[in-house]
Design a protein around this ligand. Structure first.
Ligand SMILES: [Zn+2]
Length: 877
């Protein structure tokens, strides 16, 4: 046995000493720095990179511990594992902090990175720190600038005037998804509508591929794929042209339900529709209404719930089949950016149109019926028929030559008829919009474009990249310092050499997080990536929160395809498997002020009383001993002051205990409830495990395990060990059920505690069990395992290079088996049979079982089925 005093350890478990010794050993050897090795299978394990907000929170610890357990497990299974880390360093919070504290965003960001890197290191993650980068560095973002200028040349990046969500507090444009209930996601300010020139990436060119690609990702959660499918929103329909009275140009609508065409009683258009603008010229009332719509500002999310409002334009459209005149209305729920900005209104079978028609006294006409349902007017029923177009008994009615047709028949009939004389066209429509990447804030990657009065928007030439964002800046108000600096803006046109100005908008920070995974594979590459990317990509396991299901994960897939089409990577998708971990939640406590407001109190400052089911039944503030109110369990957040600082926990219990708790307390996809009592339980387990090993190695030497010489109790313990190896391997590798793996290891430790056999073979079996446990626990508690591996007599090494234990098939064999006995399909008893018993012996034992025998009395046995190792089924009667 090696003297572990050198390791700063004593016979008692001392987490600080153990962790610092292990980390020093790993760092001195660059234990987690990897290079490409074609002789070994690679495994790229990636957790979503953190935003350097200031300090790690428990959500980070959970995310990175899951990644670390998977990484270490895969390396022990012989894979060449890459686990990198970096910083998603651009973004609004740095700027807001800068404005508040009068420091440059860069300084604030780099300080946070330094602090959070130390915190991550104290948790002992097996990260290749040599690949670390911050996305706010010019040597990172220059490559996305280069990509953007090439996309401009390909027509995949373009500029257009667009109505945007304007956040009046943050002074910036927000993406639709950054608008929550009509308010800015960070500022909480009511969002306004504005029209400005924006840069867009043409993600819609990839809509079909992004949709189809989801079918090639069996390793992604169905929930994420469903959200992406809905977001991409492919719908098949017809574009139908309605002639407009006294107008040369027809009005084009898109509909997914042409079967209801004969139910059209009016047409609704967006406020920005050219026809609406034209009609408003001679109609001051309409002009005022359009103006109101423009400044009212609603997000897409609000469209469904807001009050339906509209105004008659005075124009009439001509129904393409009946030739009837139907009025054209402006409606606040029709958006110019969606479809054609005009919809045919079928109030008989559409909820929004129904509400609108009802309000403005417009006609409602039934054109869909369902067999066996009262045909009397009933908007509730009509709505159901409309939405469920797959109902086999649904038929078109009151529609002339469409009568009696199903949805599909009516669709095909009209498509042929309207296409024949250019009055309509089959079309696939997408909900997905192009990705607006312009942001009016300072702390982001400068968009590499120069505006020239003669040449217009010119991409910055490649040899002039990067366009560097100045870091040493002072803010006055929220205005971007580069917008306020004429010297920075001023430049010459790369085409004509005349005076020109730089773009002062910066990229959406989703740009940087769309390709960072690829950059990790090619540190220092002279280009976005180099050939090393094709060794490591795609990412084998990606891990992050479900809140990124749509935006980040869609942009990440899109950017990967852009890189593929630029010849940089060969794969079609960036990540093969995706795990979305659940939230970290905790109890909340508060005291109410006299004005009804609440002061939220951190759980660390409270003594909690629990009932026997561990439910919180009371709490007092530690400082004054007086009660506080219990606010319920919520996601850890600043607003509820229920966050637990990981650093405090690491300092108090050690990193291994914190890691163990975060993996044991819940399956990874579910919410994890923080409980200090639970953490203490983990610390007790590690102390017991430590003592068990130290006590064992203090015993005299013992021989190797001799399976033939084992007694029943020794065999039973050894079988439990090998069953545990099997279970932990499957739980870590395939199921990602880390919690049940740890539970099985706890049971094994309990069994070891009861196993007091001090014979030679008894000690040999215990040694095998302890050594295996050290290896099985290594992915979760690598520092403890590092120390105990040496305690068990091995030379110090990077334990991740020790092969993962393999279950011994012979040890798994049971001497006897328990079989269920059924009579006519009902369980009547169980029997113990020798593991090598024949079918006849099993049948004889089953028939002799007292309660089975009693049941069979007086009945003829017709058939006996024996499933070895499982069941004896007797058919009698
Ligand atoms: Zn020019």
């Amino acid at each position: 046995m090696q003297d572990i005093q050198d390791q700063g350890s004593t016979n008692e478990y001392n987490p600080q000493a153990v962790e610092s010794a292990a980390q020093q050993y790993w760092n001195a050897r660059g234990a987690y720095e990897v290079t490409e090795d074609p002789s070994r299978p690679k495994f790229y394990c990636l957790a979503m990179l953190p935003y350097p907000s200031g300090a790690l929170h428990m959500g980070h610890v959970r995310n990175y511990t899951i990644a670390d357990v998977i990484s270490r497990y895969q390396r022990m299974n012989g894979k060449n594992v890459l686990q990198p880390m970096g910083w998603d360093a651009f973004g609004l919070p740095a700027e807001n902090a800068a404005i508040k504290n009068n420091t440059a965003p860069a300084k604030w960001t780099y300080k946070n990175i330094d602090h959070m890197r130390d915190q991550l290191k104290s948790l002992g993650y097996a990260i290749d720190w040599s690949r670390e980068f911050a996305t706010c560095r010019p040597d990172y973002y220059r490559w996305e600038q280069l990509m953007f200028t090439r996309l401009m040349k390909k027509g995949l990046a373009y500029r257009k005037n667009a109505v945007v969500n304007w956040d009046p507090v943050d002074q910036t444009v927000l993406a639709n998804e950054q608008v929550i209930d009509g308010r800015g996601w960070r500022s909480g300010a009511l969002v306004e509508k504005r029209e400005i020139l924006q840069w867009f990436l043409k993600i819609t060119d990839y809509a079909q591929e992004l949709l189809d690609g989801l079918d090639t990702l069996p390793g992604w959660p169905d929930a994420v794929k469903t959200m992406q499918r809905n977001w991409i929103g492919r719908s098949e329909g017809l574009e139908i042209h309605f002639a407009v009275e006294n107008e040369a140009e027809p009005l084009t609508v898109f509909t997914t339900r042409p079967d209801t065409l004969m139910g059209v009683t009016f047409v609704s258009i967006a406020g920005e529709h050219p026809l609406a603008l034209k009609a408003a010229k001679n109609n001051p009332k309409l002009a005022a209404f359009l103006d109101e719509l423009k400044h009212g500002g609603v997000s897409e999310a609000e469209l469904e719930t807001q009050e339906k409002r509209g105004m008659d334009t005075g124009l009439f459209a001509i129904h393409p089949i009946s030739g009837e005149k139907v009025p054209v209305w402006v409606a606040n729920f029709v958006l110019m950016g969606y479809g054609t900005g005009a919809v045919m209104a079928v109030p008989g079978h559409d909820e929004r149109d129904f509400e609108f028609a009802h309000k403005y006294q417009l006609p409602i006409k039934q054109v869909i019926a369902v067999a066996g349902v009262d045909p009397d007017y009933d908007p509730q029923h009509w709505k159901d028929w409309y939405s469920d177009k797959s109902r086999p008994d649904m038929r078109v009615v009151n529609s002339g030559e469409l009568d009696g047709k199903s949805y599909r028949e009516a669709f095909e009939f009209l498509a042929k008829k309207l296409e024949a004389d250019n009055r309509g066209l089959r079309r696939v429509n997408w909900r997905l919009r192009d990705w607006g990447v312009s942001r009016q804030r300072y702390w982001g990657c400068p968009i590499p474009v120069i505006y020239c009065p003669k040449c217009e928007a010119v991409p910055v030439p490649e040899d002039q990249l990067p366009v560097v964002l100045p870091e040493d800046v002072a803010f006055s108000g929220v205005q971007s310092p580069i917008k306020a600096d004429p010297a920075w803006r001023k430049t010459t046109c790369p085409q004509c050499g005349g005076a020109a100005e730089r773009e002062t908008d910066t990229f959406d920070t989703f740009m940087e997080s769309s390709w960072y995974y690829a950059r990790y594979t090619s540190p220092g590459a002279n280009g976005q990536v180099d050939e090393r990317a094709n060794y490591w990509l795609p990412v084998d396991q990606y891990i992050g929160g479900i809140e990124h299901a749509i935006l980040h994960l869609l942009y990440f897939r899109f950017y990967h395809k852009l890189m593929r089409d630029a010849g940089m990577v060969k794969s079609d998708e960036p990540a093969t498997n995706l795990l979305c971990q659940g939230m970290v939640i905790a109890e909340t406590f508060y005291r109410e002020n006299t004005d009804g407001s609440k002061d939220w109190i951190n759980p660390a400052d409270v003594d909690i009383q629990r009932d026997e089911k561990a439910r919180v039944i009371g709490a007092v503030l530690k400082s004054d001993g007086k009660p506080v109110q219990i606010g319920g369990i919520e996601k850890m957040s600043k607003s509820k002051n229920n966050g637990v600082d990981p650093q405090t926990m690491v300092d108090k219990f050690g990193a291994d205990t914190v890691r163990l708790f975060s993996m044991f307390a819940a399956p990874p996809e579910q919410s994890l409830e923080w409980s200090e009592a639970g953490v203490e339980g983990m610390a007790r387990f590690l102390r017991r495990f430590w003592r068990e090993v130290i006590t064992h190695v203090g015993q005299p030497d013992h021989p190797e395990v001799d399976p033939a010489a084992l007694d029943a109790a020794q065999k039973t313990l050894r079988r439990q060990l090998h069953e545990t190896i099997q279970k932990v391997s499957d739980d870590f590798g395939r199921r990602h059920a880390f919690n049940t793996a740890i539970a099985a290891l706890m049971e094994l430790l309990n069994a070891l505690g009861k196993f007091t056999d001090q014979s030679d073979q008894g000690r040999a079996v215990r040694h095998e069990a302890l050594e295996s446990m050290v290896l099985l626990l290594n992915p979760v508690v690598p520092h403890v395992s590092h120390a105990l591996w040496q305690a068990l007599g091995h030379a110090q090494r990077v334990l991740d290079d020790q092969p993962w234990p393999q279950a011994d098939a012979k040890a798994l064999v049971r001497d006897s088996l328990t079989l269920a006995v059924q009579v006519n399909g009902k369980l009547r008893g169980t029997i113990e049979v020798a593991a090598n018993a024949s079918k006849e012996e099993a049948e004889a034992l089953a028939r002799a079982h007292p309660s089975v025998a009693a049941f069979l009395e007086g009945q003829a046995i017709r058939k006996v089925i024996v499933v070895p190792g499982k069941i004896v089924n007797i058919v009698a009667g």
